[in-house]
Design a protein around this ligand. Structure first.
Ligand SMILES: [Zn+2]
Length: 61
């Protein structure tokens, strides 16, 4: 029996640890991975590296 963990995404209850929506933010020459939970990755020179940081955060928040 499969457990249905899917929920409707109509609401956004801004509680911490609820959702992890990562994005990259450019800061001058650097790019930093950010998350909706407040997490921030280290400054990277390459956006691809910042994305890798974000993926790592999603894997282990
Ligand atoms: Zn997060």
């Amino acid at each position: 029996m499969a457990v249905s963990a899917a929920r409707q995404e109509g609401r956004e209850s801004g509680g911490p640890g609820q959702r992890h929506l990562t994005s990259t933010d450019e800061q001058g020459r650097f790019c930093v991975a950010r998350c909706s939970c407040g997490w921030r990755g280290p400054a990277r020179r390459a956006r691809s590296q910042a994305r890798t940081d974000a993926e790592g955060h999603l894997a282990a928040p």
